[in-house]
Write a protein that binds this ligand. Sequence first.
Ligand code: RB5
Length: 158
Amino acid sequence: MSNFKIVIASDHAGFKLKGLIFDFLKEKNYYIVDVGVNTGESVDYPIFALKLVEKIIYEKFTYGILICGTGVGMAIVANKFPGIRAANCSNSYTAKMSRMHNNANILCIGERVVGDGMAKDIVDVFLSTNFEGGRHSNRVKLIDEVAIKYWNEFLGGK
Ligand code: RB5
């Protein structure tokens, strides 16, 4: 248990695993909010990635968990936004390093890629690993800096 505020979302391809992870974290007494999808009907994953990202940006949720078929689409969308560092993880080691070195604040998982047991382990490791800071702090800071520089210099005004 912690003070973390967690938000979770999926598309239809991640709907089943989203329910499982939601219950898993509720049982551990985490504060977790589900922003959909609410049925297994086909939807567009960018819509649900955005709903989750807005919780982090505007409502200061600590971590997000995004689930789709592969985790790829969700990660692509989430990483478009400043301050968001979304890591698509299919094993616990990557989940651990994404926190230690990248200070990832969104965990993406592919329901069609990982089994339920591995998914729970990935979530556990992600939520219990701290950012190492040190030499990684400047690298993480540079992520948004280089993106903003690019937007201003090459795409500014277009
Ligand atoms: C849906 O079929 C699938 O394309 C989606 O869940 C996701 O894997 C996209 O990256």
